[in-house]
Write a protein that binds this ligand. Sequence first.
Ligand code: ATP
Length: 912
Amino acid sequence: MAKKQDKLWHAMDSQRTLEALETSREQGLSGSEATARLNRYGRNELPEGKKSPAALKFVKHFNDVLIYILLVAAVIMALLGHWTDTIVIIIVAIVNAAIGFVQEHRAEQALEGIKNMLSPEAQVLRDSNPAAIEAAELVPGDIVLLNTGDRIPADLRLLSSSNLKVEESALTGESTSVEKQTEALEEDAPLGDRTNMVFSGTTVASGTGIGVAVATGGKTELGKINQSIASVEEIRTPLLQQTARFGKMVSVVIVAVAALMFGFGYGLRDYETGELLLSVIGLAVAAIPEGLPAILSIILAIGVQNMARRKAIVRNLPSVETLGAVSVICSDKTGTLTKNEMTVTSVVTSMHEYGVTGTGYAPEGEIIRDEDKVADPEQDRTLKHLLICGVTCNDSVLTEEQGQWKLQGDPTEGCLLTLAGKAQSEVTELKTRSKLPFDSEYKYMAVLTEYEGRSVIYIKGAPDRLFEMADRQAEDDGETPFDADFWNGQMQAHARKGQRVIGLAMKELPEDSSPEQIDHDDLKEGLVLLGLAGIVDPPRDEVVDAIRECQNAGIEVKMITGDHKETAMAIGEQLGIGDGKHSIEGRELDNLSAEELKEAAQKYSIFARTSPQNKLQLVEALQSSGNICAMTGDGVNDAPALKRADVGVAMGIKGTEVSKDASEMVLADDNFSTIVKAVKEGRRVYDNLKKTILFILPTNGAESFLIMASILLGTMIPLTPIQILWVNMVSSVTVSLALAFERIEPGAMKRPPRNPAAPLLSGYYIFRILFVSVLLGGGTLAMNMSMLSNGYEQAVVNTVTMQTIVLAQMFHLFNCRTELGPAIRKGFFDNKAVFVVSGLLVVLQLSITYLPFMNRVFGTVPIGLPYWSFPLLMGAALFVIIELEKAVTRGIIRRRHESVDASGNGDHSAAA
Ligand code: ATP
């Protein structure tokens, strides 16, 4: 039996469809009916894709070179009869896999949470009013309004369409967009030919339409093939890949060195085979940084969560790192740099100039003619036409709720509704027959309507575009030829004040013609200009500081706007972008050679009247001169530029779903300063990743040094493999986590962006890791030798050795809190985590030393108070020496910067 949602909707006409779904095109569903249907049909969500079972995920974490080495070690230990060691090593292997598993789970959850933040909205008609609802709450029978760039939220039977084209590759694999219509089709029409239907998960490439939801959630065509559209991509970051490769390489080297050591010890020193094997295994275990990969992914996951808290939603992990290296941010103007709260403050017709009072969307205020009297549209016919054009050629809706005026739709359009509301006499919106929605490519919007029995096209858009098409201008009692000089002068005068200027025009069609559709060709000529509206859109206050911060951080900010150049320069000057005198227009860019374009992209800060293609050109030009480029965008046509940019940034509020899909990051508040916060967090995260590496590797280095020296010198090995594992796990897994919470370095936003090509382990890093390893390993070895020669028991020597390495690392943690800056500085107590883990570490060390159970398992013994002096002295000495070393390095860098102009790559660690 065919279920309700399995009907052949495409074969029904729209009226029968509405009846079958018990809904109405004019009113939509009522709120209560929608709730009832939501309970009946469930949420409009795709069933979760198959997830691999948790057990399998856990087992996957054993597939690791490190674990293999540990397991081989366990087997050898078992063969030698060291059962406790075998068990401990196996436990460590399991703990390690568990940490990896928990980490993966946490990261997944973090991304899942972010996915929810990205959940798309749908525009529907409920209780006769348009409303934006969460797409998941859409139910069969909902009337859905579609606009260019929307992701279609459910399977819809179309009720009306205006130049509607839909990109269905998500469903059909076909990348060209399909033109849609509303007539009923044959029952056997295949899916790809059902042109009166649009399907969940596909996107509106252009045009607008209205449809009724016929299937939601798993019942949609997309749901049937059970293909979820992942909105958050998870990829390993370049840094994680680099460390994974590094880890593998280290493991291979270690196995080779261990084999060599075994050969050496066996041939040239008279070790017992069993004891030698133990040492060699100890070496292998010591040298491998077990906790490093897990720690690095925790730091990244924390970074992603921090960014989300600051309203920057990162859609894929590697961008956290890329953000830290961004050298130029190309930003849209409207809504990102400005508030996108538009108010018409002036109107110009060929006969009069009008000032408009009142702010905000409330239609409270007056239209004052020529500075002396309140205008009456019934007398000023041109003004009347202009206002009718403004409200008819308009997709936005203004509503009042408890005295608050709310706008649904584009603010540029909303402010024209407010303007009409301020008029002395009522301005009625006319019914439209066809519409060309606003497109930043064409920069205008047009509607076909009827006025006093005659077909009329109303058009509004960028004045310079309309000027190209106008040949007459309206006067109250007729028309006169278009006066280009007058209008250009008016436009510039308003734009120079930072106003966005909109032109309004009309075209009367011949009396005998009554077309049903219009397209761009109908507008090429014969327009009658009605006038201009000057709109104020104030800059966002916080952006001024954000831009200054970028400039201090060596990040260039460029404004790429569709607006007029005078408007753009004026707003730019208010914000600190450009000098208010220089800018270049999109069409000038079109005529440049690749080389000239590269130059222009560097030289200018304001790019006006740009098209989405210009954005792509600019990203490519900036990248070709070595920039790491962040680019904002909101429209469907911005997708190629967003994809191409190193960090594509989509707008969460006004952005289309298509632009969000093409981006690495989505701004929940559309605000430029959020990008800067994300860049800052990116720099913090990257610094902390590096500090963690700088902190962890010397532990391994020092232990390896100690063991190799002992084998070479033929002395007792001062640590057993399980003691080594203990040291590695406590110092890397617990202690280093504190570095994830380290605040941003004071100078992090004052230095130039990181050179992304610089290797992770710069010369200075390698030096520092080796230096600390040798200091720590050497110092401990010296203490060992002296203790052994004084006849101390092996267990005591081992215990003191372990304390020395762990406590010294605790001190070293404080060195690593800043890469090169002094450890004791302002903000020393800011990161509480460092103190918490240090306390924890002391407790752990006391327990391994004094708890009988721990003594048995780890082969440690309780030691007297005096024995603690060496570990503490060693730690303090290491701390002081590294601080001195950092000071010397700082001095060298400063001198170098003074002698060489440090204009190029600013990675100070690479330079050292
Ligand atoms: P950006 O956000 O990239 O800074 P923008 O949003 O100001 O730029 P567009 O939306 O491409 O740029 O607008 C370009 C021009 O088109 C504007 O200067 C304005 O004159 C006109 N315009 C903008 N919105 C509309 C609209 N809804 N209807 C008609 N014309 C519009």
